[in-house]
Design a protein around this ligand. Structure first.
Ligand code: C2E
Ligand code: MG
Ligand code: MG
Ligand code: MG
Length: 293
């Protein structure tokens, strides 16, 4: 009697998906109260500039550890937040917190001797972009915190904008008119990367980690594509940041290719909070290949 009939299998599948649905609802409820109760945190991952060999800012990355669920991976809770609309509140919280904290970061001396302010980059989801109040939210976060607009960069993923390119372009331009910069995150992982470059106003392209992994092998397709992205972005007047840089070989290759900024475990893992980031700064040991070119 161990034979599973088609009917049994269907019943099991339905039960399975019901259990999944319950788990999702539970996570949604916990996330909602987590956002209201201030249980989320921002970690900051440093960004290193190749030419100056300096840390020029950091990316804000949301973290959530729930009393009942324990730590939940960002890909999991961000997905639920996007599907339920909770991302609007989560995103507004991330934007305001990142601006408030970055306004306290120290200045750094660039290789040209000029003292500059650090930048913070904040991830923004498509759902947020489609909110009529979004540009006002960004403007409010700047005014409230006193952060200079040029010290804020918003990261938009490629998959986030495929819906309505024209509407997205308009919103991004309104944001740039505030003086805020735009980065195209996870670049190369969508299906319309060139269209994005053509149609969206952006300042920086962030090459996805999946292209960086095999970059040390000069003959790899990923290496050829990374070089292409860097040269194309530069021709269009945009900067390039490489994500997920883990080894010195990768950093050297990227520096040779003219990549402007590096982010990844080689520089530092995301640091647990703004204070952890500013305390880490004087102790930072950057890869030797930086500042050489
Ligand atoms: P992302 O924006 O592409 O962020 C980079 C991700 O790569 C982060 O994952 C970071 O921890 C990880 N990473 C950085 N360097 C390395 C490395 O050298 N090796 C490896 N293996 N991983 C590295 P994380 O923090 O898990 O975040 C995942 C994604 O969740 C982010 O990808 C972003 O799309 C989203 N996310 C995080 N915080 C927010 C937020 O406040 N709002 C929105 N809308 N999305 C967020
Ligand atoms: Mg990002
Ligand atoms: Mg990214
Ligand atoms: Mg990514």
């Amino acid at each position: 009697r161990s034979r599973v009939t088609h009917f049994d299998a269907e019943v099991l599948a339905v039960r399975g998906s019901q259990a999944e649905l319950r788990a999702r609802h539970h996570m949604e409820r916990r996330l909602r109260s987590g956002i209201v109760n201030g249980d989320l945190r921002l970690h900051y991952q440093p960004l290193a500039e190749v030419a100056s060999n300096r840390i020029v800012g950091a990316e804000a990355l949301a973290r959530w550890a729930d009393d009942e669920l324990g730590p939940v991976a960002p890909i999991d809770f961000i997905k639920i937040a996007e599907e339920t609309g909770l991302i609007v509140d989560l995103g507004r919280w991330a934007l305001r917190s990142a601006c408030r904290e970055a306004a306290t970061w120290p200045m750094f001396e660039s290789s040209d001797g000029i003292r500059r302010r650090m930048k913070v980059t904040v991830n923004v989801s498509a759902v947020q972009l489609s909110q009529p109040s979004f540009v006002q939210d960004v403007s409010n976060a700047l005014v409230e915190s006193g952060l200079l607009p040029r010290c804020l960069c918003l990261e938009i993923t490629e998959t986030a904008v495929i819906g309505d390119m024209e509407a997205t372009a308009k919103i991004l331009q309104d944001i740039r008119d505030l003086g805020v910069t735009i980065a195209l995150d996870d670049f190369g992982t969508g299906y319309s990367s060139l269209t994005m470059l053509r149609d969206l106003p952006a300042d920086v392209v962030k090459i996805d980690k999946s292209f960086i992994d095999k970059i040390a092998d000069e003959t790899s397709t990923d290496s050829v594509l990374a070089r292409l992205v860097i040269e194309t972005a530069h021709s269009l007047g945009m900067g390039v940041c490489a994500e997920g840089v883990e080894t010195n070989e990768q950093a050297e290759r990227l520096a040779d290719m003219g990549c402007d900024t590096l982010q990844g475990w080689l520089i530092s893992k995301p640091l647990p909070g703004s204070d952890a980031f500013t305390q880490w700064l004087p102790t930072a040991v950057l890869p030797e290949c930086l500042g050489q070119r």
